[in-house]
Write a protein that binds this ligand. Structure first.
Ligand SMILES: CC(C)(COP(=O)(O)OP(=O)(O)OC[C@H]1O[C@@H](n2cnc3c(N)ncnc32)[C@H](O)[C@@H]1OP(=O)(O)O)[C@@H](O)C(=O)NCCC(=O)NCCS
Length: 218
């Protein structure tokens, strides 16, 4: 599913069930030593996905340990992103020579719980949301939430600063794309200040997925 919103420079792997077919590296085991089963399962499953994605760019398995603010430490020369939610797990990676940053997120396809949209959306986000067709059967509020999480996951590895939901505006489009504008100063990326991202979204099999890929040659 996630491949439908990724360019060919990105390798991916996804799973719709828990995977227990890999062993964790000692550093990874230490990271979830005191975690509950659910956390250990999602951590392991998404790392199984990440190893397959890494193999797709010819990279051997390596420990992927949560680092600063939870961002996974990818091997030198590799960019990547991981996501997990009930019934869906995915990892994407690319060579840094092809892709400057990438962020993915997945969510159950259901309307956001009461009060969440108000907390995560800016007025501009809501204005665009109101123009989207309710007849499409898409929980656009959830897509917005997921898009903002993808923004953060693409932003953090290059900016190394937290980004609040109110510090970026996301304009969703019904055609499966979105445009994000970051409202705080960003680092230089590809020779110019990073001011936002273009992304894509998809709803399939009860899951919303969003992805941002900043390709060097785009
Ligand atoms: C970090 C965050 C985005 C994760 O999203 P989530 O829906 O809770 O969880 P997901 O399953 O989709 O993603 C979890 C994975 O994200 C990755 N991740 C965590 N922190 C990250 C960070 N700072 N940068 C990049 N990736 C990160 C990790 O790989 C993690 O999985 P792991 O712990 O097994 O390695 C979320 O918890 C958060 O802190 N959001 C607040 C910031 C934000 O979204 N701002 C919006 C700006 S517009």
């Amino acid at each position: 599913m996630i491949d439908k919103i990724l360019p060919a420079t990105v390798r991916w792997s996804e799973s719709f069930t828990h995977r227990t077919d890999i062993g964790l590296f000692p550093e990874e085991q230490a990271a979830v030593a005191r975690a509950v089963d659910k956390r250990r399962n999602e951590f392991t499953t998404v790392r199984a996905c990440a190893r397959e994605a890494l193999a797709g760019i010819g990279h051997p398995p390596v420990p992927l340990v949560p680092g600063e603010r939870g961002a996974p430490g990818w091997p030198a020369g590799v960019v990547g992103s991981m996501t997990h939610c009930a019934g869906y797990y995915a990892a994407v990676v690319a060579r840094e020579t092809d892709v400057a940053t990438v962020g993915i997120d997945a969510e159950p396809h259901a309307a956001l719980p009461e009060g969440v949209l108000e907390a995560i959306a800016r007025p501009e986000d809501l204005t665009v949301l109101a123009t989207l067709p309710s007849s499409a059967g898409v929980a656009f509020d959830r897509v917005l939430f997921s898009a903002k999480e993808s923004v953060y996951k693409a932003w953090f590895p290059v900016a190394r600063t937290f980004l609040d939901f109110q510090q970026a505006t996301v304009a969703l489009a019904a055609d499966g794309t979105f445009t994000a504008r970051v409202l705080v100063p960003g680092p230089d990326l590809l020779g110019r200040p990073l001011t936002g991202f273009s992304g894509r979204w998809i709803v399939d099999g009860g899951i919303v997925a969003t992805a941002i890929t900043v390709e060097r040659d785009a």
